[in-house]
Design a protein around this ligand. Structure first.
Ligand code: DAH
Length: 344
């Protein structure tokens, strides 16, 4: 019997060595299955003497384990070889373009401009916050030191809602009040968003447009801080090292107030149609936060000072991309929107 088991083992190992995956499965049944050679031997042990039972049984079990292991090893080797073969045959053609049935989308130039402006201002320490588009007179006007008699509050310029109770914000400046109400100084935020004015649209005006408000309030904030931040911003955004100047102006919520001009990017300051031959274009409004504004949010205006600025997004986008009619930004003509300069 011992010899018989050896023979069986030898033959099995020989067969396993040369088997493929399916042959391995049948060998498993042939030797280890319910009616397999080794199972048969183990089942027939009752015929033998106690000593023979022991020796034949343990040998048969040993051989069974060896065969089982060899089959598993061979299976693993075959699998690996198959994978290697596949890898050898499969070649990736990197020059082949991947077919995707939909054209890749892009950001709208206004959104792209907001993103670019925000990225620069974030790098200068500003946090981005949002304010509501539906506002009350308090946030949009009163708290910003814009008196009841001011013409901007006229029904002509403001879209009033709910019988004058609410309105569509006419600028992002109410964002200043909302953040100061919520937080104590130091504050350094920008508020990007959509604003509304009740006016006819033409090449330079649209009843819906976008602004980015800036506000920084703390102890010892000066006009110099404002100048540094805005000069750095303009340099980074337009990247053309053009001159920047601060021109005295007037806004109710800032004192002193200024408008910031930069040298015309089209003629580099020489004078052209866009800058009306002045060599300068107006970029944004700014100033030191008016004490009345600080008072309206119960800030100690003896202790704190701050600066604010308001950037017209469309205006900046038009200069940056050389667009001469604001309406082009809203018509959604794909030939216009797909221009490569918007997509980077
Ligand atoms: N809110 C002004 C507007 O809509 C823009 C502006 C000017 C905002 C000066 C400011 C500022 O924060 O300091 O025309």
């Amino acid at each position: 019997m011992d010899n018989n088991i050896d023979k069986i083992a030898q033959k099995a190992l020989e067969k396993i060595k040369n088997a493929d995956v399916t042959e391995l499965e049948s060998l498993k049944i042939e030797y280890l299955g319910r009616n397999g050679f080794l199972t048969q031997i183990l089942k027939s042990l009752s015929k033998y003497s106690i000593d023979d039972k022991k020796s034949i049984g343990s040998k048969a079990n040993r051989v069974k384990n060896i065969i089982e292991k060899e089959i598993e090893n061979k299976k693993a080797n075959l699998k690996e070889a198959l994978f290697d073969e596949k890898m050898r045959k499969e070649k990736t053609d990197c020059s082949k373009s991947f077919y995707f049935p939909f054209p890749k989308g892009t950001f709208h130039p206004v959104i792209q401009t907001i993103k670019n402006i925000s990225t620069i201002l974030k790098s200068l320490g500003f946090l981005v916050v949002q304010g509501p588009e539906i506002e009350t007179e308090w946030y949009n006007f009163e708290a910003l030191n814009i008196p009841k008699s001011h013409p901007a509050r006229d029904i002509q310029d403001t879209f009033y809602l709910d019988g004058l109770k609410n309105l569509l914000r006419t600028h992002t400046s109410p964002g200043q009040i909302r953040i100061m109400e919520k937080q104590k100084p130091p504050i350094k935020v920008i508020v990007p968003g959509r604003v509304y004015r009740n006016e006819a649209s033409d090449a330079a005006h649209s009843s819906t447009f976008h602004q980015i408000e800036g506000l920084s309030v703390d102890e010892n904030i000066t006009f110099l801080d404002l100048k540094m931040v805005l000069t750095e911003f303009i340099d980074k955004f337009f990247g053309s090292n053009l001159g920047v100047r601060f021109r005295p102006s007037y806004f109710q919520f800032t004192e002193p107030s200024a408008e910031v001009d930069m040298q015309c990017i089209f003629c580099k300051g020489k004078g052209c149609g866009v800058c009306k031959n002045s060599g300068w274009i107006e970029i944004l409004g700014c100033g030191m936060v008016h004490p009345n504004v600080l008072r309206s949010v119960d800030y100690d205006f003896e202790k704190y000072t701050g600066y604010a600025f308001g950037i017209g997004v469309e205006r900046i986008a038009m200069f940056k991309y050389g667009v001469n009619d604001v309406r082009l930004l809203y018509e959604n003509d794909l030939r216009f929107l797909k221009q490569s300069e918007f997509n980077y």
